[in-house]
Ligand binder design. Structure first.
Ligand SMILES: Cc1ncc(COP(=O)(O)O)c(C=O)c1O
Length: 398
């Protein structure tokens, strides 16, 4: 063997990657790659695999960002983010939830994904045990594992509307002590929500047991039955993780935020300084402008409401009528156990035969996921209609 300069290579001891890096792949992203391959070969695909809004960010946000870009002055910001954006988010809490959070307790992050890393590092030492639900968002398990933390899976089912309860946490903590609990409402992959009572019960349980409560509120704003309640209503010390990715249609801008208890503000600031320096300033400027686009964002949400109603009406006739309650977010998590016990293969067939990209369940649930697939309806109404036609043909031939 030769090296990159054509010289004979001497034997050297092999370099091995870490066990931490050995996390499961995010199958939704792998599906996206397979769908892109199909598109490259000239075949059409309707993308329903990745949880991202089909609508572009409102024009005003783009105009504000374009103006900032023209100025040419895009630099670092303070590690916790631009003051004006933190103040605007504080106002959002007062307006939306009637909760007072000082801007000093808000940290701007590079999407909620960076918010998880910063908050986990500031709360937990290596080996800490954090309860997460199954089915659930796969990055929780992978991020915790990569950071040397232990995800403790709590299996949910229809009995408790597919959400973790205070009693589940009591039981798991009694078996082997936990250090924290990570909840999300509305949830991914289902869209299922915790009622205010369930949230209060969870907050009180965590307080009584001395556990950190982390609440992922990324799908707030996207609710169809009742508005979502923030965990801060019941626990002023809860860590809130949120983002401009979903309701605000800004996935690619990579900007989110944390609401932190006072004790964690300085640790998160110090960690941010070293890990990220700051979130991109252009995205922070754009995010602040997004708060001035509520009418347009509500219009986009109305589109999801129409898509949701369409699927609710049509899916049962296709034999896909067994899905979890879609209280919020923009997903149907469909039980396909009557047709397959290998949802990865089933989703590949749907992609190849019907041109619809969906996400197989094992991303969200290692044990039962092979019986499920997730469909994201954050698309245009026309694409949803087309997808239903394609699925109908697929079902007729399968
Ligand atoms: C529940 C949940 N939390 C967090 C994220 C990460 O979002 P981002 O890093 O874009 O803010 C996602 C993305 O799909 C999600 O579904």
């Amino acid at each position: 063997m030769t090296d990159n300069q054509g010289k004979e290579k001497a034997w050297l001891p092999p370099l091995r990657g870490s066990k931490r890096g050995d996390v499961n792949p995010f199958i939704a992203m792998d599906m996206m790659s397979a769908a892109v391959e199909r598109e490259k070969s000239g075949l059409p695909v309707i993308h329903m695999e990745v949880g991202q809004p089909g609508a572009p960010v409102p024009q005003h946000v783009r105009d504000v960002a374009a103006k900032a870009l023209q100025s040419g002055k895009i630099g670092y910001t303070e590690a916790l983010g631009m003051r004006s954006l933190r103040e605007r988010i504080a106002r959002h809490y007062a307006d939306t939830y009637l909760v007072n959070v000082p801007a000093e307790r808000i940290a701007i992050t590079t999407g909620s994904s960076a918010g998880f890393i910063l908050s986990f590092l500031s709360m937990f030492d290596i080996g800490a045990r954090i309860a997460i639900s199954s089915p659930g968002y796969p990055a929780y398990r992978n991020t915790l594992t990569a950071l040397g933390l232990e995800p403790v899976t709590i299996v949910t089912d229809e009995k408790n509307n597919w959400v973790m309860t205070g009693a589940d946490i009591e039981k798991a903590h009694a078996q082997q002590p936990l250090n924290g609990v990570l909840i999300m409402s509305p949830a991914n992959p289902s869209g299922t929500m915790m009622s205010a009572t369930a949230l209060q019960d969870m907050a009180e349980t965590c307080q009584r047991l001395g556990l950190w409560l982390i609440s992922d509120e990324i799908y707030h704003g996207l609710t169809y039955e009742k508005p979502a309640v923030t965990a801060l209503t019941f626990d002023d010390q809860a860590i809130i993780v949120n983002s401009f990715s979903k309701y605000y249609c800004m996935t690619g801008w990579r900007v989110g935020w944390l609401v932190l208890p006072e004790t964690l503000v300085r640790p998160v600031e110090r960690l941010s300084q070293s890990l990220y320096i700051s979130s991109p300033q252009l995205s922070q400027i754009a995010a602040e402008a997004a708060f001035d686009c509520m009418d347009e964002l509500e219009e986009i949400k109305m589109g999801y409401t129409r898509n949701r109603a369409l699927f609710m009406k049509e899916l049962p006739a296709l034999g896909y009528g067994k899905y979890l309650p879609v209280d919020g977010a923009f997903y149907f998590y469909i039980d396909i156990g009557d047709y397959t016990n290998d949802s990865v293969d089933y989703c590949k067939r749907i992609l190849n035969e019907a041109g619809i990209a969906l996400t197989p369940g094992p991303d969200f649930d290692l044990e039962r996921g092979n019986r499920f697939m997730r469909l994201s309806f954050a698309n245009t109404y026309e694409d949803c209609e087309k997808a239903l036609d394609c699925l109908k043909r697929f079902r007729q031939h399968s």
